[in-house]
Design a protein around this ligand. Structure first.
Ligand SMILES: NC(=O)C1=CN([C@@H]2O[C@H](COP(=O)(O)OP(=O)(O)OC[C@H]3O[C@@H](n4cnc5c(N)ncnc54)[C@H](OP(=O)(O)O)[C@@H]3O)[C@@H](O)[C@H]2O)[C@H](O)CC1
Ligand SMILES: [K+]
Length: 246
């Protein structure tokens, strides 16, 4: 059995479909909770608060959530970061009307007093000052991005490209704007400091620069036989960890 390290977007969608199908019965909410939780753990691993000054601890984690499930991962991640003692702020310019569930995720952020900025709050760039921001979580688009990028996200990603040398970006599952299989197809493109691949890395992850980008796998919810069925070995997560550095 080949131990392929990546699966195509088609296979990733098939994996999701089977995980949420009648035999296995995961709900999207369950997978998103574990996915978002693993991204929060990766932020903590990469940007630990322990031993940091009060100023460092007061910096924001700026989570940009897109209109789909990648965005949902970001909303979940922000909630866990708050519980971990971080200072998340969510920018959610285009709120998904897909299901009630997204509204509940925003209610939970309100409950935890995590600010959720919408598009008409022009001051979102105010939060992107290096001295105020620990990192940016890119939860804009995942494996369903189809170019060309439409506004308001094109403008947002252009700003991120200008800032990424001064504020580290943590990309959820796929760096936004990359093709899930072909990698960075448009320029300029996001070049994340951290990539958290969910369930299993996608082909685009082979285009990250290993010196520049720390790569984690998260979304720990599949057993060995299921992984082998899709041609890969399960990842050797340590004990209760929700992420593994690759
Ligand atoms: N198994 C797991 O680990 C799980 C992964 N999850 C995450 O889900 C995303 C995939 O989510 P999906 O909703 O299928 O897609 P995206 O979030 O990537 O984006 C879809 C939305 O983006 C809009 N879109 C697409 N292309 C463009 C564009 N060029 N310009 C503007 N907007 C765009 C699209 O809008 P449409 O109108 O085109 O439909 C969608 O609104 C995966 O990557 C993981 O992060 C889940 O958490 C489940 C478990
Ligand atoms: K992303």
């Amino acid at each position: 059995m080949s131990t392929l390290k990546v699966v195509s977007s088609k296979l990733a969608a098939e994996i999701d479909k089977e995980l949420m199908g009648p035999q296995i019965g995961f709900t999207l909410q369950q997978l998103m909770e574990l996915a978002g939780f693993s991204v929060a753990q990766a932020v903590c691993r990469q940007f630990p608060l322990r031993g940091k000054t009060e100023t460092e601890k007061g910096k924001h984690v700026f989570v940009i959530a897109g209109p789909g499930n990648n965005g949902g991962d970001g909303l979940v991640c922000a909630r866990h970061l708050k519980l971990f003692g971080y200072n998340p702020i969510v920018f959610y310019p285009k709120r998904s009307e897909r299901t009630e569930f997204y509204k509940q995720l925003v209610h939970q952020l309100n409950f935890f007093k995590v600010p959720v900025l919408s598009q008409d709050e022009e001051n979102w760039l105010e939060y992107l000052k290096p001295e105020k921001t620990l990192c940016i979580v890119d939860a804009i688009f995942g494996f369903s991005f189809k170019p060309p990028m439409r506004e308001p996200f094109k403008g947002i990603v252009d700003e991120l490209c200008k800032l990424q040398d001064r504020i580290p970006i943590v990309s959820v599952d796929v760096p936004t704007g990359w093709d899930v299989d072909e990698g960075p197809i448009s320029h300029p493109s996001i070049n994340p400091a951290v990539l958290v691949s969910l369930t299993v890395p996608k082909p685009c992850s082979t285009y990250i620069g290993e010196k520049h980008t720390t790569h984690y796998v998260g979304g720990r919810f599949i057993p060995r036989d299921f992984a082998n069925k899709y041609g890969f070995e399960p990842f050797g997560y340590e004990y209760t960890d929700q992420i593994l550095k690759l």
